[in-house]
Design a protein around this ligand. Structure first.
Ligand code: ASP
Length: 473
């Protein structure tokens, strides 16, 4: 606990900045674009996200089928249940939509909606008339979703129950809801012209302050990251034994992630932009290491922003719009892992999946990666949805739980890499539009004004080009 403490402090500092960063960057980003540019930028971003996610999934499937890391014989019976909630694919999908439209924007700053099944016990008298129906319900639920109810089913005379869906708010920021709200808010603001300027200025200044706070946290991050990783390694029971048992599985996931990061993403970037991908790798190195340490794309978001804007000079109007959305829905590493893990689990169970089931896995893995929150091990939770979609036992997630802390870090760093390449691609594709965008510099002008006033005192130089500001401090 003491060793992890400095690392926990880094996590807390980064998380503290996420909410004001997302809100201020999305609103200023969209307010500074006209509807045409934001529509085009959104389209490019979404096409890029889906294309790369799908490529990652296909790569994962090819590798896991050809390497075949799962051996039926080494499967043992330890099945400690990870998550008892028998949430189905449909529930997970509907939760995604529910969270897109939060019913209270204040609440979405710290809570989101999640379907939770609760047991509703029926009195014996109540059952007399309708016992068979209830039994059918339970049996269906048990066979498709849950293992816990099977214990109780043998004891029907004592207490019978039904699973009832509830939609309680659970802790954790509803990023998707905030993004949707801020997108619409920013677009409306951009349409207001001069009348909305005071609001644009407010969010532009807020964004600038938060970015300066991010810089402070970045100075501390090497120490924090080191302690986060040391703390995690110290908490492991027997890493060597795990390596033996799950070694090939880890090799498969790692090979996929490396191929995606070193060949696929840079090739797409190079083909579209004709720029050197190595420069981008070097520019975002700090964000990449932060992702390895924190295992959370959203906690890394403040650092990703700074790396892209300061090191790589990517247009702020692009980063502000594309990065928060990318961190939330574009997870190439998670998508690859969501495809590999269920097939590995099927191999461990000695089940041969047919072509239709593999297609189902690729589709649900796409949804699972979009739906996974950008927090540690979120992919493990949404994988239950992929497993149940092809009838694999949900509690077999426990088979891979032991190595998830490690793979989570690597896949998160690939998620961040994918978002960064995405921002580079979108910035390149929209460059002409952004140059012409008359309305665009509104918030940059505000920032420049403020910075010029304060920087004059320090004798800093601010150079300007194409509506962008480059700081030379
Ligand atoms: N930890 C990942 C992220 O934040 C999500 C996952 O569990 O795959 O991007």
């Amino acid at each position: 606990m003491m060793v992890s403490f400095p690392g926990d402090m880094l996590m807390r500092m980064l998380k503290m900045l996420i909410l004001p960063l997302i809100v201020s960057s999305m609103i200023t980003g969209l307010a500074s674009l006209d509807a045409n540019s934001s529509g085009r930028m959104g389209l490019y971003a979404v096409v890029y996200y889906f294309a790369t996610t799908f490529m990652a999934i296909i790569l994962g499937i090819i590798l896991v089928v050809s390497i075949h890391p799962g051996t039926f014989t080494i499967m043992d019976n330890e099945t400690d249940l990870v998550d008892e909630a028998p949430v189905s694919s449909l529930d997970a999908f509907l939760d995604l939509i529910r969270n897109i439209f939060p019913n209270n924007i204040m609440q979405s700053c710290f809570q989101h909606t999640k379907t939770v099944y609760k047991k509703k016990y029926l009195k014996n008298d109540d059952n007399d008339n309708d016992n068979s129906t209830d039994l059918t319900n339970i049996t269906t639920t048990v066979s498709t979703l849950s293992t816990t109810a099977s214990v109780n089913i043998t004891n029907m005379t004592e207490a019978t129950f039904r699973w009832v869906r509830t939609f309680p708010p659970v802790d954790g920021i509803n990023v998707l809801g905030l993004i949707v709200f801020c997108t619409v808010f920013g677009i409306m603001l951009s349409k207001m012209g001069e009348r909305g300027k005071i609001m644009v200025d407010f969010f532009a200044v807020l964004n600038e302050i938060i970015m300066k706070m991010v810089l402070l946290v970045m100075w501390y991050s090497p120490i924090g990251i080191m302690f986060l990783i040391i703390g995690k390694i110290l908490s492991l029971d027997d890493p060597a034994a795990l390596g033996e048992r799950l070694g090939m599985y880890m090799v498969t996931v790692l090979a996929g992630l490396i191929i995606h990061a070193v060949i696929i993403l840079p090739s797409i970037y190079f083909i579209i932009t004709r720029k050197n991908p190595l420069r981008l790798f070097i520019g975002i190195l700090q964000a990449w290491v932060t992702a390895l340490g924190t295992a959370s794309s959203s906690a890394t978001l403040p650092v990703t922003f700074r790396c892209l804007e300061e090191n790589l000079n990517i247009d702020r109007r692009v980063t502000r719009f594309v990065l928060p959305i990318g961190a939330t829905i574009n997870m190439d590493g998670t998508a690859l892992y969501e495809a590999v893990a269920p097939i590995f689990i099927a191999q461990m169970n000695g089940i041969d999946l047919n072509f239709g089931q593999i297609i189902t896995i690729s589709l649900t893995a796409t949804c699972a990666s979009i739906g996974a929150a950008a927090i540690p091990s979120a992919g493990l939770v949404t994988m239950v949805m992929v497993l149940t979609s092809v009838g694999l036992p949900a509690d077999d997630v426990s088979l891979i739980l032991a190595v998830d802390w490690f793979l989570d870090r690597i896949r998160t760093s690939i998620n961040v890499l994918g978002d960064s390449f995405g921002a580079g691609v979108v910035a390149h594709l929209c460059r002409h539009q952004l140059e012409q965008d008359q309305h665009a510099p509104i918030d940059d002008r505000s920032i420049e004004l403020i910075e010029t006033q304060s920087d004059k005192k320090r004798g800093s130089r601010i150079s300007q080009g194409n509506g962008d500001t480059t700081h030379d401090e």
